[in-house]
Design a protein around this ligand. Structure first.
Ligand code: F6P
Length: 320
């Protein structure tokens, strides 16, 4: 390996810059050249490729977003796009590529590996929905950002004795919802993985909670369930309790990364370079059972992950 390329792909996540910085500086320290690819695979196909020095990543570890920009690229799903991307890597002498993103980004990396480009994936998404790893870059920051925002909603919700529905991100996964549900002491967590979504039961529970002297009722709604605004109207009508919906939206994806996201992303970035130098390809870095590990991308993509039923049950009990 002589030249390493690095790109970020899919939704940005706080901590991606720490990973880029680690890739750049680890590679340079081992005598390699580093090329940054702007706007993910989209930028690769458009040859938006720049050289990166140690100074180019100065003052970035604390910044949210990604200094390389990111994109979701449909062409990378086609054989033509994949062939073109591999040819561009060869043209620029990129013989090792680090892809920071989610499952979709790893699928692209796998195709490139089959076409002769050595690739390593690093899990970066606020959704935590990558099966091979207990940690993804950005989740810790996002969940803390959401938690702080929900605390603020709770203050006004309690003052007005309202029901508040707070919608968090996560696509089809309920990790952000579940963690906030526990951290914010929510009465209800609605997430795609729980199939017992039952509005009549929520209405009955709100009435029950009012009898028990609760001053407010917090519902954390995963965006995979969605429709918080109409849900609020229906619940208000059925319970007589004033109900407001708050959709946290993209503020959850921004902001300065937490210590954990900076540290884990740095370790994963360095590890990706080390794996390439060990001659490995078509691998994804993960954090499992307290250790940084790596998996074959195909195996990683075939793995299944589910939210902890026990954690969900705990949340229910603590909503007493
Ligand atoms: O995957 C990260 C994520 O923020 C999801 O939680 C959300 O569903 C999606 O990206 C939003 O994507 P976009 O920024 O393209 O609207």
């Amino acid at each position: 390996i002589r030249t390493i390329g690095v790109l970020t792909s899919g939704g940005d996540a706080p901590g991606m810059n720490a990973a880029i910085r680690a890739v750049v500086r680890t590679a340079l320290s081992k005598g390699l050249k580093v090329r940054g690819i702007r706007r993910g695979y989209h930028g690769l196909l458009k040859e938006e490729i720049i050289d990166l020095s140690a100074r180019d990543v100065s003052d970035t570890i604390q910044r949210g977003g990604t200094i390389l920009q990111t994109a979701r690229c449909k062409s990378m799903r086609t054989e033509e796009g994949q062939q073109k991307a591999a040819a561009i890597c060869k043209k620029y002498g990129i013989d090792g590529l680090v892809v920071i993103g989610g499952d979709g980004s790893f699928a692209g990396a796998q195709k490139l590996a089959n076409l002769g480009v050595n690739t390593i994936g690093i899990p970066g998404t606020i959704d935590l929905d990558i099966a091979c790893t207990d940690y993804t870059i950005g989740f810790d920051t996002a969940v803390n950002t959401a938690m702080e925002a929900i605390d603020k909603v709770r203050d006004t919700s309690t003052s007005h004795e309202r029901c508040s529905i707070i919608e968090v991100m996560g696509r089809d996964a309920g990790y952000l919802a579940l963690w906030c549900g526990i951290a914010n002491g929510a009465e209800r967590i609605l997430m795609p993985e729980e199939h017992d979504y039952d509005e009549a039961a929520i209405v009955a529970d709100i009435k029950e909670c009012q009898k028990r002297g609760k001053k407010n009722y917090i519902i954390i709604n995963a965006e995979g369930i969605g429709d918080s605004i109409n849900m609020a109207k229906r619940i208000e009508e059925a319970t007589g309790m004033e109900t407001r919906a708050t959709i946290l939206g993209h503020m959850q994806r921004g902001g300065s990364p937490t210590c954990k996201d900076r540290v884990y992303a740095s370790v994963m970035g360095s590890m990706a370079v080390d794996l390439l130098l060990q001659g490995k390809t078509n691998r994804v870095v993960g954090y499992k059972d307290g250790k940084f590990v790596d998996f074959d991308i195909e195996e990683a993509l075939a793995m299944k992950k589910s939210v902890s039923q026990y954690q969900y049950d705990v949340a229910k009990i603590l909503a007493l």
